[in-house]
Each structure stands twice: as C-alpha cells, then as structure tokens.
Design a protein around this ligand. Structure first.
Ligand code: NAP
Length: 283
C-alpha cells in the first residue's frame, strides 16, 4: 500500500475516481493554511485489513465510500454512538495508532435538507427509497430528529424491514414502516402523505439507469420536496422540477458530511463556502 508521503488524509472506495471529496476537503485545509493533504485511493475490498494497518501508521484521517463503510468495522478500535447504531463508518480519525470510527452521513442529510429546503427533519413525513448504507444513516438521523413518520421502500424488502425494526428501537414517536419499492399502492399512499421524498438508492449513478419509482406518482402531491443523494440531475429530479416541486441533488449532503468529517479531524469550524467552491472545481 503506497500513497504520497505528504498525504495525511484519504478517501477510499472502489471505484473512487469520481469522488469530489479531495478537491472539497483540500479547499477546507487550504482555508486554514494547512496545505493540500487529502487524496483518493482505490482500495480493493479484499485488502481492507491491509489498508487499516497502513492507516494506523501513516494517516490522520480517512473517508470511506462504497463498498467499505461496513467492512472496515472489525478493524476499528472505537465506534461513535451514531456509527455503532447504523453499523456504518464513513470517517476514521487516527490518534496514536488507534482508529476511531464515525458516521457523518446523517449530519449530511440534516444539513442538506436545512440548506436546500429551509426545513428541519423534526415533524416531517418522509418516504425514503433505499435501505443501503446511506439510507441506514439517514433513517437513524430521521428518528433521532423526531420526524413524524418514515416509510422505507426498498427493492429487497427484507432489508427495509430489518432497517425499520432497528430504527423503531430508538424512535421517540416516529412511526416507521417498510414497503417494497415495487408495491405501487403502498408507494401511492406514502407519496400522498409525504412532505419529503429521499432518494437514497444507487439508481441514477449511471446515465441509462431507470428511475427508482414510476415518475407519474410525483403528480400525486404538489407539496412534495424531492431530494436525490446522487449529485447530478437524475430523471427523478428532472421530473420533479418539471412539475414545479422543490428538488435538490446530493451536493449539499456531500458538503455537510464532509464538513462534519473535517471538524472531527481538525477541531476547526468547517469553511462551508470554501468547500462548496472546491466541490464545484473541475476535477
Ligand atoms: P449501498 O449501500 O450499496 O445501497 C444501494 C441501495 O440502492 C440499496 O437500497 C439497493 O437496494 C438499491 N439499489 C441498487 N440497485 C438497484 C436497482 N437496480 N433497483 C432498485 N434498487 C437498487 O449504497 P449507499 O452507500 O447507500 O449509496 C446509495 C447512493 O447514495 C449512491 O448512489 C451513493 O453515491 C449516494 N450517496 C451520496 C452521498 C452524498 O453525500 N451525496 C452520500 C452517501 C451516498 P437492494 O437493497 O435491493 O440491493
């Protein structure tokens, strides 16, 4: 495992070439005259243990993306309460050779909804598409922030049901249910009552991906806010915009989860505007 000697921070994933985290995080480090210590590295999931050993010796911090957020857990010395609850680590802080694991995806969702729609999660009726890593973190954030209800719709319905069971255990009044992504009647009911649709499946990452749901369903609720974690215009976002619904892509989620990671590593307030400018730079 090799990396440039001046690099103290990495984002790892497989693939990772598309990641805009380096330009965004380096903008934050430069804001504090701390150089450009952040880079990206593709890590084969089979070599995650070897990477963890490298990180203990040579790094100060790591961001993790698909498919590493769960498989890193056996190598982490201590998990934050959030990452233990959602069994997902997207941030490592390394101190004296020890790996401390955090999950900042929930902070990313809260920040993005506040920034994009001027709304707090508290009291919202939410339909969430997906039950993977990002959806796990979001579901815990929604119940911790006391959303009014959460419907989890996933292709593999067992995963939606498991997640609903897990988050129900820490709900303080949020009504949680699981449905299949192909159950049109249940989707219609959930959309009709939702304030917010959170798209957290990986559909939309590739140009020719189908939309995760039948897009005519968006016509059922003229007050629906639509958020898609993918950070380019997806068919879902385009249809929402055509219907005049408030709609936002995942850029602000990336900014806020990255800002939370930066604050964990440095103890300094994240310079959000500098990070936004960094995010938008050509790669
Ligand atoms: P993940 O753990 O791999 O989960 C993928 C999810 O997508 C699962 O719910 C999966 O359903 C669903 N899915 C995949 N292919 C599908 C298909 N053909 N039809 C229907 N559903 C399908 O990934 P993740 O980490 O949660 O990430 C999900 C997305 O959010 C990715 O696109 C990622 O880039 C994005 N993301 C963005 C940010 C941000 O800052 N903007 C942060 C985190 C993640 P099954 O359970 O049925 O397989």
């Amino acid at each position: 495992m090799t990396a440039h000697s001046k690099i103290d921070y990495l984002v790892i994933g497989d693939p990772v070439a598309h990641s805009r985290s380096p330009q965004m995080q380096n903008a934050a480090f430069e804001y504090y005259n701390m150089g450009r210590p952040y880079d990206k590295l593709r890590v084969d999931p089979a070599r995650i243990g070897e990477f963890a050993a490298y990180a203990r010796e040579h790094l100060k911090g790591v961001n993790l993306t698909v498919p590493h957020k769960q498989i890193i857990i056996p190598f982490v010395d201590e998990l934050s309460p959030q990452s233990a609850a959602c069994q997902s680590v997207n941030t490592l802080k390394i101190v004296d050779g020890k790996l401390y694991g955090y999950s900042t995806d929930g902070a990313g969702i809260s920040g993005a909804i506040r920034e994009n729609f001027g709304a707090a999660l508290k009291g919202l009726h939410v339909l969430m598409l997906g039950a993977g890593g990002a959806a796990n973190a979001a579901a815990f954030e929604l119940v911790w922030q006391q959303s009014a209800s959460l419907t989890i719709a996933n292709r593999t319905v067992d995963k939606a049901e498991n997640l609903a069971r897990k988050v129900s255990g820490c709900s303080q009044g949020t009504a949680v249910e699981a449905i299949s992504l192909t159950d049109t009647t249940a989707l219609k009911n959930a959309i009709a009552k939702a304030d917010l649709l959170l798209q957290l499946t990986s559909l939309g990452l590739h140009k020719d991906d189908p939309a995760p749901i039948d897009l005519t369903l968006l016509e059922l609720n003229e007050n629906l806010k639509v958020f898609d974690a993918i950070y380019h215009p997806t068919p879902l976002l385009q249809r929402a915009q055509q219907l005049g619904l408030p709609a936002a892509d995942g850029s602000e989620m990336l900014i806020f989860q990255g800002a939370a990671s930066f604050e964990i590593w440095t103890g300094k307030k994240a310079p959000l505007d500098a990070m936004r400018r960094g995010f938008k730079q050509d790669q």
